[in-house]
Design a protein around this ligand. Sequence first.
Ligand SMILES: [Mn+2]
Length: 314
Amino acid sequence: MYNRILEKIEAYNKIIVIRHKNPDYDAYGSQIGLTLALKNKYPNKTILMDGDQNSNNILNVEMDHVTLKDYKESLVILVDQSSLNMLTDDHILYAKDSIIIDHHLTNPDFASITLINPDVSSASEIIADFLIQTNIPITKEAGEALFMGIVGDSFRFYYKGTTDKTFDIASALYKSGTDIFEVYKKMKSEETEDFKRFKGYIMFNMVVEDKIAYIFVPKEIRQKYNVNVFDSARGTVNLLGGIIGCEAFVNFTEADDDTIVTEIRSKEIDVVDVAKYFGGGGHALACGCTLKNEEDVNILIDLVKKQVGGLNYK
Ligand SMILES: [Mn+2]
């Protein structure tokens, strides 16, 4: 598989590397790490990065201005994502050729090569392994990006998916000059007083019942504390974790258009089917979806309770 991907990369002079919108550390890390390593290895190729930016861009790497025309002339490599609904646009469908490299549980059918391994800690780990196996040198900057992605998605080598191979790859990145302390320092960012108080709101108002913890964040509360939907949903869901007796936890965040962005997390029991039921997806223990109304919220709460054994069903 790696050789087929390498053949494609060598065959195209123009390559665009993309990832999902609202990038997390792994989306940024896999995109930036792959791009910088390829730029270094193939200085004569045009290699571009496309996508929206947010505060997770701690390496301060700029995205390129990429047009639909560029897509039509390029090999597009999509990393850390494999479904169209999490992309900024559908330009990948117009690409001359496309490759998907991901670790999410989906079955995409729109790329000529699809490499998905849901058992791996992060897309960044897959990219690093690909670069090592195909003898593409990992520069210091590429290594920092990939290390950031692995640390981000594995929660500092803690989550399932962290294996001996993850440590081997981290070791290889360290040897290639990655300043891991610099990366850790950048990842430990400070937050505003508003956000700190918002986190207090979440923890004070969460509901704990039937082996789950959950919070519903109304629009007005987000506005009061100046918190966007992404920071409320993804940025605070883990605050609900670690309660004795709770198996799963959910953050419901009301968006400006009244839909409800939902992040589900679980200690050990697979909950991704609940997200999929509402058209979402993700990982077995960390997934999400968008709900239409509060009725869906109640159904989802019951489904998660049922899934983790909090409700006794006949
Ligand atoms: Mn990821």
